[in-house]
Design a protein around this ligand. Structure first.
Ligand SMILES: Nc1nc2c(ncn2[C@@H]2O[C@H](COP(=O)(O)OP(=O)(O)OP(=O)(O)O)[C@@H](O)[C@H]2O)c(=O)[nH]1
Ligand SMILES: [Mg+2]
Length: 375
């Protein structure tokens, strides 16, 4: 298969040749693949391009493309497009060009791809990996905490290094994501690309890596902009997951139940002069039945209950847990509210009780009734 190694450079003339040499040595361990090295330079003022052009004379497997400086994400995307369209890559490998990433590790990434993994992540935060000893305590803490925020914030604790750029992946992810990735211009590209690949079903393998501090040149990262981009990304991803995931559906189902409940409560109370407490119990009984079926066929359809006997036993369980919520939490709130503030406030306390009920229900539904391993 065809491997394209993408090396983004901005002012890396002191390291790019040593890196290319290192890669040529380590790649001798990689059999059955052809390899092209693609330097993606952003017209570096230090003349990175010139040293690469000179190197190219002896190494026809090295390519360089230049563009204007628009951030790391843009550069990577340009590299990915060139790798797919012009070089017809099957596997894309990417790494920093400042020698922070050890070229000797390159074959490890490809080995994992050969074993069937589709996305290989170089990881500093697992045993066998490390961040530089000489980093000050602030930078160490910043690095570890920043990664943990992304790791837990996005909800994938098993993947330990989100911000690094030492990776290999199959062309599938590059092809699928190249359009979507256009909006991530800076360093946040690394996080977004990994996250979206995971959501596309990437089979992840983590290679422990030692990250070496750069000895030459300057860092290009702008910390405040980066932190802002990362936080915006994580919060946005969370909100989207909430709306598209089971919680959003749960709210719609709950909303339907709420309307059924409210209509029956109003008719029984306002037209037939029932006591608000009893009227609500009848309304809730109908709402629960609707909720159970809608949740089963839609919200939690991945864990759908299909056998008839389980359907009825789960329905009973659903009524019991819902009854607890409706009687104690929702109706209890109405009961107390009416007792303290008078009957005219019954609907306000119906709303308050329902809001508390919502949280209780979601926990019970996702953790008990439609628990992931229930068949
Ligand atoms: N083409 C291109 N490459 C970039 C750009 N920004 C960063 N890079 C390259 O991306 C890699 C990682 O950038 P670094 O500045 O080393 O970022 P870092 O590794 O987080 O920080 P330090 O190593 O501490 O400097 C390096 O090879 C850079 O030259 C850019 O805007 N365009
Ligand atoms: Mg670096």
């Amino acid at each position: 298969m065809k491997i394209v190694v993408i090396l983004p450079t901005y002012n890396e003339r002191d390291t790019i040749i040593a890196l290319l040499d290192g890669l040529h040595v380590s790649s001798k361990q990689i059999k059955h693949h052809s390899i092209t090295y693609l330097v993606v330079d952003d017209t570096s003022p230090d003349g990175t391009k010139d040293v690469v052009l000179k190197y190219q004379k002896k190494h026809s497997d090295v390519k360089i493309i230049s563009g204007k400086k628009e951030g790391l994400g843009k550069a990577l995307l340009r590299g990915i497009s060139y790798a797919l369209d012009t070089l017809h890559a099957d596997i894309i490998h990417q790494m920093d060009a400042d020698l922070s990433h050890d070229p000797e590790m390159f074959p490890e990434f490809i080995k994992a791809i050969d074993h069937g993994y589709t996305f290989v992540v170089g990881t500093r935060y697992i045993s066998g990996g490390s961040i530089p000893e000489n980093w000050g305590i602030h930078r160490k803490i910043f690095s570890v905490i920043g990664n943990s925020i992304v790791r837990f914030g996005l909800g994938y604790p098993k993947i330990h290094d989100w911000t690094g750029g030492f990776r290999a992946y199959t062309k599938y992810f590059a092809e699928k994501l190249r359009k979507t990735m256009e909006e991530y211009k800076g360093y946040v590209f690394q996080i977004a690309f990994l996250h979206k690949s995971v959501e596309l079903g990437a089979k992840i393998y983590e290679v422990p890596i030692h990250f070496t501090d750069r000895k030459y040149g300057k860092s290009k990262i702008a910390p405040s902009q980066y932190i802002r981009d990362v936080l915006v990304y994580v919060v946005k991803a969370r909100i989207e997951a909430l709306l598209h995931g089971s919680f959003g559906k749960f709210l719609i189902v709950g909303g339907t139940g709420f309307i059924i409940n409210a209509i029956i409560l109003k008719i029984l109370h306002d037209v037939f002069y029932w006591n608000a407490t009893y009227a609500n119990l009848v309304g809730a009984a109908f709402a629960i039945f609707s909720n159970y079926n809608l949740n089963n066929i839609w919200t939690f359809k991945a864990q759908k209950i299909s056998s008839l006997s389980i359907y009825f036993s789960k329905l009973l369980q659903f009524y019991l847990t819902s009854a607890f919520g409706v009687i104690l939490i929702q109706t209890g709130t109405i009961f107390l509210g009416v007792k303290i503030f008078g009957d005219s406030f019954y609907f306000l306390f119906f709303l308050i009780g329902t809001a508390i009920l919502l949280v209780w229900n979601y926990i019970i539904y996702s953790k008990v009734i439609w628990k992931k391993n229930v068949s």
